[in-house]
Ligand binder design. Structure first.
Ligand SMILES: [Zn+2]
Length: 321
């Protein structure tokens, strides 16, 4: 697409035109022509004035828009607002806060918060099919603590957080293929079961796995497991977890600098956001990364209720400040 935006500013200008938004998303969502998201019929009629389609079969949502059946469904905000924010979140290194989005779009912070969470949901990698690594490949495995100081929280939150088993901190476990992808996940604790399950789910047998001396990594017998003792040194030839340290630095910079405080309940969404950017950082322009995210957005659906759940709703006030 010759005129397609290459920079954020160009995207704001380009997507100011609603028909450009529509054309862009339709081409990505329905490569072989518009299809009813409910029943799959292809002979749908376009209603130009409303920018919607009419399906000839009688069923709910027989009139649908490009948002129907995607994470944008039910959002009253226009695509001219959505697409530039998707562009920003797909590329910014440290994340964007709901305050910034609210100010820039002229929407409430609550609206901005839901926008960002919907986009994060699209960033989630559900194609777990392929493992990373394999014989001859080098994998770094590590885990880190994320979270606030328990004494700063009020009583109710403290009780809830105690269930996390880690004094108010959450734990993220990750495996990273050197020069390749990272797979990260919030885990309930640092015990052997949780840690090794994550490694085995994502790493091919026969890989060389580097970790620190944490006992939870003992017994990864289908791998060549090499340990760096951090009490002594951080690098011993090939044996180190510096790639993981780099990823943690990015994740924590985003969480601390931009999001200030994140409830454990929502932490996995911020982890998904960082993983998406990390795994798509190389050999890809901003425009290509944005386009990739748009294809993920139209393939998924996130309902408002599902996102907030009752519990999270109560926490909203403390979530974002
Ligand atoms: Zn239909």
């Amino acid at each position: 697409m010759g005129s397609f935006p290459k920079t954020f500013i160009q995207s704001v200008q380009y997507f100011r035109d609603v028909d450009n938004c529509l054309k862009f998303l339709v081409e990505r969502r329905w490569k072989d022509g518009v299809t009813c998201p409910t029943c799959g019929r292809k002979d749908v009629a376009f209603m130009a004035t409303r920018r919607m389609w009419q399906c000839k079969t009688k069923h709910p949502k027989s009139q649908f828009s490009v948002k129907t059946g995607t994470i944008l469904e039910d959002s009253p905000l226009g695509l001219d607002k959505w697409l530039p924010i998707i562009w920003l979140l797909s590329g910014c290194k440290n994340g964007i806060s709901s305050c910034e989005v609210a100010r820039n779009l002229g929407v409430t912070q609550k609206t901005a918060w839901f926008m960002l969470h919907r986009i994060r949901y699209a960033m989630q990698d559900e194609e777990k099919g392929g493992k990373i690594g394999g014989p001859g490949c080098e994998i770094e495995a590590d885990e880190t603590y994320i979270g606030g100081k328990a004494r700063n929280m009020h009583q109710g939150k403290r009780d809830k957080n105690r269930q996390l088993d880690n004094f108010g901190k959450a734990i993220v476990s990750a495996v990273l293929e050197r020069h390749g992808e990272v797979r990260a996940k919030v885990v309930p604790n640092r015990r052997k079961k949780a840690i090794q399950e994550h490694v085995r789910e994502h790493v091919e047998a026969g890989s060389t796995v580097y970790s620190d001396e944490l006992k939870s990594y003992d017994g990864l017998d289908e791998y060549t497991h090499q340990v760096i003792n951090h009490a002594e040194t951080y690098v011993n030839g090939q044996i180190h977890t510096n790639g993981m340290e780099n990823f943690w630095a990015l994740l924590k910079r985003g969480l601390k600098g931009t999001y200030v405080s994140v409830e454990p309940f929502h932490l996995f969404r911020y982890v998904d956001e960082q993983v998406f950017r990390y795994n798509n950082r190389k050999d890809m322009t901003d425009a290509e990364r944005f386009e990739l995210l748009c294809t993920k957005i139209t393939g998924k659906r996130l309902m408002y209720d599902e996102l907030i759940a009752k519990e999270a709703k109560k926490q909203f006030a403390v979530d974002v400040f």
